[in-house]
Design a protein around this ligand. Sequence first.
Ligand code: PLP
Length: 390
Amino acid sequence: MATLLMIPGPVELSPGVLAAASVPPPGHTSPRLIEAFGRSIERMREVWRSGPSGQPFILAGSGTLAMEVAAANLVEPGDKALVVVTGYFSERMTAILHRYGAEVTEVAAPVGEVPATGEIREVLQRKGPFKALFATHVDTSTGVRVDPEPLCRLAREAGVLAVFDGVCATAGERFDMADWGADLYFTASQKAIGLPPGLALMVAGERALAARGARKAAPPLYLDWESWLPIHRAYEERKPSYFATPATSLVMALETGLGEILENGIEARIETQGRAAAALRAAWKTLGLRFVPRTEEVTGNTLSVLLFPDGVDASLLPQIAARGVTVAGGLHPAVKATSFRLGHMGYTATRPDYLRKAVEAVAGALQESGARVDPEAAVAALESGLAVPA
Ligand SMILES: *Cc1c(COP(=O)(O)O)cnc(C)c1O
């Protein structure tokens, strides 16, 4: 029996995306592919809210490639980088930055929390000058969300580039690239964008592109924005071009997926995602579950990172799967054995029946594990949350 895939990526696909990804792969210079690529570039600017000056890039690769591209283009050996640490993926950013010779200063908070803005400001002033500030919008290992807006403001004040890992957030959390003055925001196709894995997606602002242009040495060829700029510009002008073969089937899916996200505008999609997350939180609370993020303000809307109740451990996961829903185990070392993660981003957030099935599966598995829970009350909490008018 196929289960619903509710891990923090890959995610369930919409029928439209599945159909678009399933056509025979078009050639990279075919008119259909050129149109899909060009439209995807235009739609990314809307989803990212980057305005016309944002430069989208669509590369074959996973989210980690996008992180690598960020470091490769923006950081030269000896540059100082500040990393706001809210989980496992922030630590990965640090590891990647080290590979590119950056001198990294981390500002970390206890697991489940976000470092205070004042502390970040103080480090920017005292330990700079920094080249760039990196933060994870929603860290998938902790479920913690940072607020990018004040970080962008601090970065602007300090003359530092503001870079955000949106791999578990883009199209699921509010992000106003142009208004906030963010310089780079990247994601991967298999998270809240709602595609199969395989695309690294990013939008670079003018300052980020200028920083690449000002480098002493060019980055590795495949990672270099300047390798990709001519072909992205050509596709946007609906002209054929070649640098390295794009993942053509996935680009077909991207055009459709971004179109679905933008169907009623990006705000409406973010709103749907937020309402689904709030309704699920109400259901988890009804089941007595506690969250790894310490406050609602720092809780991401794209996934739930939940602590096992007393007397329950990871053997809960196969019991949830037996009820038709696949969830993920803990990832962050501090909560690896004590937490589990349930993704509810992208198309899934638009499907009340999927959300209900998830709540029923978790409630049923908890009951089987001996927890005293009321599955019907949890479903009722979910449904009243979903019924809240926009
Ligand atoms: C999933 C994820 C990544 C890594 O993406 P891959 O596609 O697995 O390489 C990076 N950052 C965050 C926040 C993620 O959720």
